[in-house]
Design a protein around this ligand. Structure first.
Ligand SMILES: C[S@@+](CC[C@H](N)C(=O)[O-])C[C@H]1O[C@@H](n2cnc3c(N)ncnc32)[C@H](O)[C@@H]1O
Length: 292
């Protein structure tokens, strides 16, 4: 695990260079913007334009909850990891925009056992979290009962089982050229043999998902479609995050150019259906629910 600086501030409005956190996109403003910034913009596009009560499940260090509270929504972020919640609270306290912000609270809690009696929300957001929580069906059923009559769910999720050979081949080529340039940190560099390397990438990727017990696409998507009225669905670029994490290009200008083109390339290849995407965005409204 990367040791974070004591004053680490994962805040989209206070981006700066954090040289010691090499493997995180927060280490450079342009990388944070292309990753966390893009996720925020994607989610924000589906946040109804009225004052809402929002629950973010698995808020992590809180960059999204913070931004939503700054937009005037009442936000509660919950996460089962005490350490990340500690950072989220510290960032919230030092927020230069706090006088204009709406209520923002964080709680350490496991959503699966979280007591929901007397609670209701207009919007529940999962940002790269549902794939971690066992029994997504009952998790989503719980969300449905938490939502108000006009409530909405935004779910941006990683589906590891969708990583396929064409994606692995694309990943191989990008990573291989970076390695050859000495611009990629890896304990076990890829070989010239494309078949062997692509097989290794595929195996490692899928084994990691299985080992972590991550939910598969179908296990998340089916209950989402069953329990909510689908308003929007898209596949989004995400493989490039793994490239950013290993990328070590000394020149900031060069790295910025590479980063932008790798992200744009993945998006274009997804649109052309030339590679299998692994991150989806689902937006659904309640079919029925509590009245406010
Ligand atoms: C990949 S991180 C994403 C964090 C944040 N949403 C982001 O995009 O930066 C997944 C987060 O989900 C949290 N998490 C996993 N299972 C959870 C559960 N059952 N209840 C609450 N949080 C959970 C983890 O502690 C972790 O902070």
């Amino acid at each position: 695990m990367v040791e974070l600086p004591r004053d680490f501030t994962p805040d989209l409005r206070r981006l700066k260079t954090w040289p010691t956190i090499e493997s995180s996109p927060w280490r450079q403003p342009y990388l944070a913007d292309l990753t966390y910034g893009e996720l925020y913009r994607l989610a924000d596009g589906f946040v109804p334009r009225r004052k809402l009560r929002i629950l973010e499940v698995g808020c992590g260090r809180g960059f999204l909850s913070l931004e939503l509270a700054r937009k005037g929504h009442e936000v509660l972020g919950i996460d089962l990891d005490e350490e990340v919640v500690k950072t989220a609270r510290r960032v919230m306290k030092s927020d230069p925009y706090k006088s204009k912000r709406a209520t923002l609270e964080y709680e350490v809690a496991d959503f699966s056992s979280w007591n929901t009696v007397g609670k209701s929300y207009d919007l529940v957001i999962f940002n790269r979290v549902l794939h971690h929580i066992p029994r997504p069906n009952s998790v989503l059923d719980k969300v449905k009962h938490l939502l108000t009559f006009r409530g909405r769910i935004i779910c941006i999720e990683y589906a590891y089982d969708r990583f396929e050979r064409r994606s692995a081949t694309w990943f191989y080529h990008i990573r291989r050229v970076l390695e050859q340039a000495g611009w990629f940190a890896s304990s076990k560099p890829l070989s010239d043999n494309i078949q062997v390397s692509v097989n290794r990438i595929m195996k490692d990727w899928h084994e990691h998902g299985r080992r972590e017990g991550l939910n598969r696409f179908k296990e998340m998507h089916e209950p989402l479609r069953k329990l909510f009225r689908e308003r929007y669905f898209s596949w989004e670029p995400y493989i490039f995050w793994d490239i950013f994490m290993g990328m070590r290009i000394p020149s900031v200008e060069t790295e910025m150019g590479f980063a932008r083109s790798i992200q744009a390339m993945e998006r274009a290849l997804i649109e052309k259906a030339a590679i299998g995407p692994i991150l989806f965005c689902f937006v659904g409204d309640v079919l029925s629910g509590k009245h406010i």
